[in-house]
Design a protein around this ligand. Structure first.
Ligand SMILES: [Zn+2]
Length: 313
């Protein structure tokens, strides 16, 4: 038995998982205020222990605890996290003061890829990719059945440039994929489209502009709003640019799209994306085919994947 810990932007979640990836018990608490690495490690250890006990397991008998960290993490150390102030923190060692079991740390998007690989959209493949469209864009790759981690820093797909000299990104570059194809990028483009078209249904869909989300444009497009439909197309072209880049580099058998935006209607997101992929990806010249699908585990992917990390590293 394993526990997978998902260190998210708002919640900490621990899941007791068996060898086949079934979630047997889940504990969740709010992330709360960060009071330093030591108390943070203690909180994580107690959450993991609770999840184990909920499933009738002695916490000390866990094979290991896997942790998905929103940032770079490897070899028991958090190198850097964006939302939680940690840099070069030996989190595994701190954790073990409170719960003495082996600890595996990985980037959270990589954990989500592992979860989908074993229990979701990537089942039965050897080469598999996940792209998560949320506040940013996360990426994770399973290559030849192993997680491509490179010290927890691989898979930062959101920071490849798709528009040279484009809008500034938090990473310091301009025109990053994330600045266009993440939920944050889509919200920015939605607001810009609304400024250009004061009569668009996007206004009504977002309570007069006060509640613009990553779903606003899809909802308005479904109701037939022309400005929204045009923006869906623009957004899809940015999404496809990055997806085709990744397909050309890695040629996975399956690429799964997850995150909040990934749940948008098939006809508005995945169908047009597949059309561009079928037209533009290099593999079409060689008779190859990649299947682009929706991720299936939702918010549980990272927790399940963290618990199964031991099988892919
Ligand atoms: Zn960037």
């Amino acid at each position: 038995m394993y526990v997978g810990l998902d260190v998210g932007g708002t919640n900490l979640r621990a899941g007791l998982v068996d060898e086949t990836g079934h979630l047997l018990a889940v504990r969740k608490i709010p992330l709360g205020e960060f009071r330093g690495a030591e108390p943070f490690a203690k909180t994580l250890a107690s959450l993991a222990a609770q999840a184990a006990r909920d499933g009738g397991i002695f916490p000390e008998s866990l094979a290991y605890v896997g942790m998905g960290i929103p940032g770079a993490a490897a070899k028991g150390e958090v190198l850097y996290t964006c939302n939680i102030p940690m840099k070069n923190v030996p989190l595994a060692r701190l954790f073990q003061r409170y719960l003495d079991v082996p600890v595996l740390l990985e980037n959270d998007a990589n954990c989500a890829a592992v979860g989908e690989y074993f229990c979701g959209a990537g089942q039965g493949t050897k080469n598999f990719a996940v792209v998560t469209l949320g506040t940013g864009i996360g990426g994770g790759f399973i290559l030849n059945g192993k997680l491509y981690s490179s010290g927890g820093m691989a898979g930062e797909v959101g920071h490849m440039v798709v528009e040279k000299g484009g809008v500034p990104c938090a990473c310091g570059r301009r025109g990053c994929w994330e600045a266009y194809a993440s939920a944050t990028g889509l919200i920015r483009m939605t607001r810009e489209a609304m400024e250009r078209d004061k009569t668009s249904g996007l206004w009504e869909e977002s309570d007069g502009g006060t509640a613009v989300t990553g779903r606003t444009v899809f909802a308005a497009a479904l109701r037939g709003d022309e400005t929204a439909k045009a923006l869906c197309e623009t957004y899809g072209s940015y999404l496809a640019a990055g997806v085709v880049n990744l397909l050309n580099i890695f040629q996975p058998e399956v690429l799964a799209i997850g995150g909040g935006i990934g749940e948008a209607e098939e006809a508005l997101l995945l169908a047009p994306l597949r059309e561009i992929v079928d037209r533009e990806s290099y593999a079409v010249h060689c008779g190859g085919k990649v299947s682009v699908v929706r991720a299936v585990l939702g918010g549980d992917a990272g927790m399940i994947g963290a618990a199964l990390l031991g099988r892919v590293i």
